[in-house]
Design a protein around this ligand. Structure first.
Ligand SMILES: NC(=O)c1ccc[n+]([C@@H]2O[C@H](COP(=O)([O-])OP(=O)(O)OC[C@H]3O[C@@H](n4cnc5c(N)ncnc54)[C@H](O)[C@@H]3O)[C@@H](O)[C@H]2O)c1
Length: 422
């Protein structure tokens, strides 16, 4: 039996493949984070295979169509035609990959505990097909310790040794869907390997695709970086939400306060109050950290408090909207409002409250009638929230549910909530 190559030679071989772009890259989970990442690797010259359990997405991608807003169909079509990007639901091909990125969802259980079942399922597909010299990178947001404590033992089950036979790292996905300035490529990539060579392998790969790579000393540090970023946002949004509630009591316009405070050129960063926290990361990720804190006998008070304050905001804003509608003698179930808003959502149009009305005859009246509803729709950009709002009392429970789960929720723009908060 030939002697297996020493550690150094496996790493050298991996790096040579990366340099020459002959390394084959696999991305497990082709969603908001996985598809942009896969296309970046393909654009850099790698042959990329996406592994996806949703057969519809596999079919769309192989037909050269994008289903993610940030990835233009034209780009996908060109890469698929060139043969550098394809998708499959068959995990056997994992064996042929030199690098595998895991981009699967990490939701919360009803109890607000981490649900890492998708990560476990992905690793369950890799482990029996693992071969020497492969690099595995977890990109899904998770609690510190997941890569080392959960993934490593599963991947070593067949006798391989991490850092010796294969490389394992964590690199947080920091993409901000819809952001016109920052994309997968120009957001600095933080990378932490389980061993020094794991970090080196991952850095070598990402350096060929990202504008800037930031190596850190361990996978745990990299995991914590992402949770700090999102906890920072959640806590600051919680703070500004509390200031909004207080300003309401004091009869002050919180938007004017924030705008004026934001003129300070240092030491202040504006956050804006509202019913949602943006996407499905900020309301979820901090709970991964507080869960881990509890496991270590530590109470993460800021996280819990921010969760409570932010959780109250949908109720508050729904109340303000209802007041606004009442003040205009508008029923929330006004047939005109309901029909128009729903019709617009069915066409997936963005409701701005300022766009041209489709019915010129009724334009002025409809615009007046719809103004508050449009404002709300704009804030939440979510059919479920708008429908819940239209159902009057049901709005509260509807908004609450939506607040935690609807991916369409965005933190409100500065202009619109002025309409809501008057
Ligand atoms: N969406 C964001 O803005 C964002 C930003 C930063 C980080 N993240 C994190 O990135 C991770 C992925 O999130 P996302 O938004 O890309 O999720 P997503 O739901 O958009 O996509 C995940 C994809 O993975 C697929 N999938 C699930 N289990 C699978 C499996 N076992 N094998 C293969 N495919 C599987 C799903 O079908 C789906 O297409 C999460 O941990 C999330 O917290 C998301």
């Amino acid at each position: 039996m030939p002697k297996p190559p020493a550690l150094g030679s496996l790493l050298r071989l991996f790096m040579r493949r990366v340099e020459r772009r002959t390394a084959r890259v696999g991305v497990i989970g082709l969603g908001y984070t996985g598809l942009p990442l896969a296309t970046e690797f393909a654009k850099a010259g790698y042959r990329v295979t996406g592994f996806e359990i949703d057969e519809k997405r596999v079919g769309e991608l192989n037909r050269g169509r994008s289903y993610i807003q940030d990835v233009p169909t034209r780009e996908v079509r060109d890469l698929v035609r060139k043969g550098t990007l394809r998708a499959t639901a068959s995990f056997d091909e994992l064996r042929r990959m030199d690098a595998i990125d895991i981009c699967v969802p990490t939701p919360l259980r009803k109890t607000k505990d981490p649900d890492v079942s998708h990560i476990l399922a992905a690793v369950g597909e890799i482990a029996p097909r693992l071969r020497r010299g492969q690099l595995i990178v977890l990109e899904s947001t998770t609690y510190p310790g997941t890569t080392e404590e959960l993934l490593r033992p599963l991947l070593e089950e067949r006798g391989f040794s991490c850092g010796k036979d294969f490389f394992l790292a964590f690199s947080p996905e920091r993409v901000d869907p819809g952001n016109p300035t920052y994309h997968t490529r120009n957001i600095a990539k933080v990378v932490g390997g389980v061993t020094g060579d794991c970090t080196r392998a991952a850095v070598a790969l990402y350096a060929t695709v990202m504008d800037k790579v930031v190596p850190v000393s361990s996978s745990q540090i990299a995991e914590m970086v992402k949770l700090l970023e999102n906890t920072f946002r959640s806590v600051n949004i919680g703070l500004v939400n509390e200031i909004a509630l207080l300003s309401d009591k004091l009869g002050l316009d919180v938007w004017e306060v924030i705008d004026a405070a934001a003129t300070k050129p240092f030491g202040f960063m504006p956050f804006y109050p509202g019913p949602g926290l943006g996407g499905h990361c900020i309301p979820i990720d901090p709970f991964y950290l507080s869960w881990k804190a509890k496991q270590s006998g530590f109470e993460a008070r800021f996280i819990e408090l921010a969760g409570q304050v932010n959780g109250q905001m949908p109720y508050h804003v729904a109340g303000r909207v209802r007041e606004a509608l009442n003040a205009r003698r508008l029923a929330i179930t006004h047939p005109c409002s309901r029909r128009r808003v729903q019709a617009r959502y069915q066409r997936r149009a963005r409701i701005s409250g300022t766009g041209p009305d489709r019915d010129p005859g009724q334009g002025g009246r409809a615009r007046r009638l719809l103004r508050p509803v449009r404002a709300v729709a704009h804030v939440w950009r979510s059919t479920a929230a708008v429908e819940a709002l239209q159902r009057g009392n049901a709005a509260l429970s509807g908004l609450r549910r939506d607040h935690h789960t609807a991916p369409g929720i965005r933190f409100p723009s500065r202009r619109t909530p002025r309409a809501v908060h008057r």
